[in-house]
Design a protein around this ligand. Structure first.
Ligand code: HEM
Length: 463
């Protein structure tokens, strides 16, 4: 029998536990705690405990799906109030998860994603046109524009719906409701359990009215498609028409509404964060910036970018992988053990106790990435090195989550991000709007660079 070593935890107070540790952004505070306590620590949000693991050795153990499974004891539990047993927020053993996963997996397959290329191109062109209209002097708010891009791309490709975010200053009411819903979900997660509800009456009312807006809009999209059937090969048609091969059943309308909102939530801030951080890292690393532009000039030149170009952008892909290592848009994910389990043979985590993989720290493990782990070096993420690292240190790069609950939208995000990078670097030169910009993080459920502005000047007539 192993000797148990207590999991370190900061001293807490009755009722509030360690809530006093959370004074800046939750991620900054957790990184500080990780620096202090090391590869594992426990934090108590009021009476709710949460264990954090930060080394590759421990991450590798909790990614073992025979012992651990996805946990909803995080902000996901709160998002579930809006989208029930949609893919992202379903419990592992809920029938609708298996059903939707089987129905939707082919719709995210390589052929289907290639089929979405032209619509992705359409929205990326709108972004390029907006950058061109700005002219070389106006500062461009990076994450705002990439959020518009990611939302519009997803809505068009998944359900043939146009938010037209590049044609209005104000975002669509659906988008505003979604942003507020997600921010409030993060806040609710940190509310002490003993806090009386009446203190939050206005916030609660707004939360539920935002959910109503999200559901009403998604319902309208479904009714519209039912009234105007089409043979588009998109996610909405896959959900309306395909039957689950195991049960022979179709998804219910309510579940399709859950999934549509889920895709918009799961797919917009994440892809927007990836592109925003990629720009930040490239503008701070001129030699990587030049290599990206050279590769794009070599592979595509002055032609219109086509789908077959995308897989040839190997350096740009390394840039995206390195960006996700240093700046994972979803900086953590949570699992729990099926049974009481010893981590590293000595730290006891109880059955059902939530354990969060703190990617923002685990992706910096010097055992895997060396003493220069903090530096942005796309070369370490070349295809060859990436394969070697994953063999030598399984589960060392997890920005898309784990196992069967990993991101279903990964190929979608990958094609979209590569295409958008290629079009932007083909057409523009970029500079920081403020050369002394220092990275700070804006955190809702995902993270993005805060107040990050660039300038874009056309290299030639737009292609
Ligand atoms: C799940 C990251 C883009 C849809 C996840 C998870 C992560 C993740 C970490 C697992 C969360 C957990 O374990 O709790 C990302 C990143 C993206 C991205 C970094 C972009 C760079 C997308 C896109 C879509 C999408 C574009 C939709 C088209 C989903 C869904 C799940 C998921 C539905 C839940 C899967 C399941 O549990 O069956 N994503 N995601 N994601 N993602 Fe993504």
């Amino acid at each position: 029998m192993a000797e148990t070593v207590p999991i370190p935890e900061p001293p807490g107070l009755p009722l509030i536990g360690n809530l006093g540790e959370f004074t800046s952004s939750p991620l900054n505070d957790l990184m500080r705690l990780a620096d202090k306590y090391g590869e594992i620590f426990r934090v108590r949000f009021g009476s709710r405990p949460m264990v954090y693991v930060t080394s590759n050795e421990l991450v590798n153990e909790v990614c073992n799906e025979k012992k651990f499974h996805k946990s909803l004891q995080s902000a996901i539990r709160i998002i579930r109030e809006g989208v029930h047993d949609g893919l992202f927020t379903a419990h592992d053993d809920e029938p609708n998860w298996g059903k939707a996963h089987r129905v939707l997996t082919p719709a995210f397959g390589p052929l289907s994603i290639r089929g979405m290329f032209d619509e992705m191109h359409d929205i990326s062109t709108q972004l390029c046109m907006k950058f061109a209209r700005h002219g070389p002097q106006s500062p461009i708010h990076v994450s705002d524009n990439f959020t518009r891009l990611a939302l519009d791309t997803l809505a068009l490709c998944a359900m043939d719906f146009r938010f037209n975010s590049f044609y209005h200053e104000e975002m669509h009411p659906f988008v505003l409701a979604m942003g507020d819903f997600l921010t409030e979900a993060g806040r609710r997660q940190r509310r002490p359990a003993f806090a009386p509800n009446f203190l939050y009456r206005a916030a609660n009312e707004k939360f539920y009215s935002d959910i109503a807006i999200l559901r009403r809009t998604a319902d309208e999209v479904i009714v519209n498609r039912k009234n105007n059937p089409s043979d588009r090969k998109d996610l909405l048609n896959a959900m309306l028409n395909n039957t689950d091969p195991t049960t022979g059943e179709k998804l219910s309308d309510e579940n399709i509404t859950d999934q549509l909102i889920t895709f918009l939530i799961a797919g917009h801030e994440t892809t927007s964060g990836l592109l925003s951080f990629a720009f930040y890292h490239l503008l701070k690393n001129p030699s990587a910036y030049q290599k990206v532009q050279q590769e794009i000039d070599q592979v595509i030149g002055r032609e219109r970018i086509e789908v077959q170009h995308v897989s040839k952008l190997s350096y740009t892909a390394s840039v995206l992988r390195e960006t996700l290592r240093l700046s994972s848009g979803i900086p953590a994910f949570t699992v729990e053990a099926y049974e009481d389990t010893f981590l590293a043979g000595k730290y006891l985590v109880r059955k059902g106790e939530p354990v969060t993989v703190l990617l923002a720290k685990a992706h910096l493990d010097p055992v895997v990435y060396g003493e220069d782990a903090l530096e942005f070096k796309p070369e370490r993420m070349s295809e060859e090195n990436f394969e070697r690292l994953n063999k030598e240190f399984p589960n060392c790069w997890k920005p898309f989550g784990n196992g069967r609950r990993a991101c279903i939208g990964r190929p979608f995000a990958w094609q979209e991000a590569l295409l958008c990078m290629a079009m932007l670097f083909q057409n523009f030169n970029f500079t920081l709007a403020d050369s002394s910009y220092k990275l700070t993080i804006q955190q809702t459920l995902t993270i993005k660079p805060k107040d990050f502005y660039i300038r874009a000047s056309l290299r030639h007539d737009m292609i």
